[in-house]
Design a protein around this ligand. Structure first.
Ligand SMILES: [Zn+2]
Length: 302
């Protein structure tokens, strides 16, 4: 059995875990991220998490980083959550701790590969992974490999435009998918239309209210799911994937999300072959970052 260490440097939490080459998780732990501690603090916390597991030395270490990564130079470009990560050589620093080969990618690419190797995308060839959470991100697997694009920016489905005159997005453009369907977009729109304080509402509340007959919640969700369906139909027409895997907090809504989403997406995409594309929930849950990181190293045969 090969033993791999996966490290998930997220904006709000750090997670570490050991897994074998088939993605069987042998140990897993996490703790909150302290953004003010920067990369040095995060490394120390991550080292403590991993060493407390008492596992043998790993064969290689994978890193899922919650921010943009220069994949060819294997460096973090920056973090949206705190200072100190600009051009930080995280791979080198991790290699100095464990003295093993280290591979890093951004969290969306790692999650896509994790679901492809060990989760909902097993036995598929082409996969689109979309995480619907605080933001909306994505990762693309083509012919079994991460497709990064020319500038490492592929998969940014959250900022594809689904309505040219839509609401303003955090990126400064109008009508991005993220401005309709991220968790905060859903809760904010509902709070505004139901005249509630926005800090009192979560996307989970909106799904619960819609299920119990609240018409405003129903309409807000219909618009969010419609936007997501448009984006997935466009992506499906472009990529012709075998499967679309939806992760992130909002994907926990289950049938209330997946049934209408699937209908809308299939009604809007080109008739064939998109009819056969399955939209399914992610399977790896909280361990997706760690197992995605393990997939980065185990799938390269290190
Ligand atoms: Zn945007």
């Amino acid at each position: 059995m090969a033993l791999y260490l996966g490290l998930d440097f997220g904006g709000t939490k750090l997670a570490a875990g050991f897994a074998d080459e088939s993605g069987r998780l042998l140990s897993f732990a996490r703790c909150p991220t302290d953004p003010s501690a920067g990369p040095i603090g995060a490394l120390a916390a991550m080292r403590a998490l991993a060493e407390n597991m008492g596992q043998a030395a790993p064969q290689a270490v994978g890193i899922s980083f919650g921010g943009p990564v220069d994949s060819s130079r294997q460096r973090c470009l920056l973090s949206h959550h705190g200072p100190g990560w600009e051009d930080f050589p995280l791979v080198e620093r991790v290699a100095e701790i464990w003295h093993r080969p280290v591979v890093m990618d951004n969290d969306a690419n790692a999650a896509a590969l994790g679901e492809f190797c060990f989760g909902a995308g097993r036995d598929q060839r082409n996969l689109l992974y979309v995480t619907v959470s605080t933001g909306i991100g994505g990762g693309v697997i083509l012919d079994g490999e991460i497709y990064r694009g020319s500038h490492g920016l592929s998969g940014e489905i959250g900022h594809t435009i689904v309505a040219a005159d839509g609401p303003l997005c955090a990126c400064g453009k109008r009508g991005c998918l993220e401005a309709f369907a991220s968790g905060p977009a859903i809760s904010r729109t509902y709070a505004r239309e139901a005249r509630l304080a926005s800090d009192k509402v979560t996307a989970e509340n909106v799904f619960a209210n819609a299920a119990s007959g609240d018409q405003i919640a129903r309409q807000v969700l219909d618009r969010a799911i419609q936007a997501l369906g448009i984006a997935l139909a466009n992506a499906s027409n472009l990529l012709d994937p075998d499967i679309i895997v939806i992760g992130g907090g909002v994907s926990g809504a289950g049938d209330a999300l997946f049934r209408p989403l699937s209908q809308i997406m299939h009604s809007l995409s080109a008739p064939a072959p998109a009819d056969t594309v399955a939209i399914v929930p992610a399977e790896l849950g909280d361990a997706v970052g760690v197992l995605g990181a393990v997939a980065l190293v185990s799938s390269t045969g290190r």
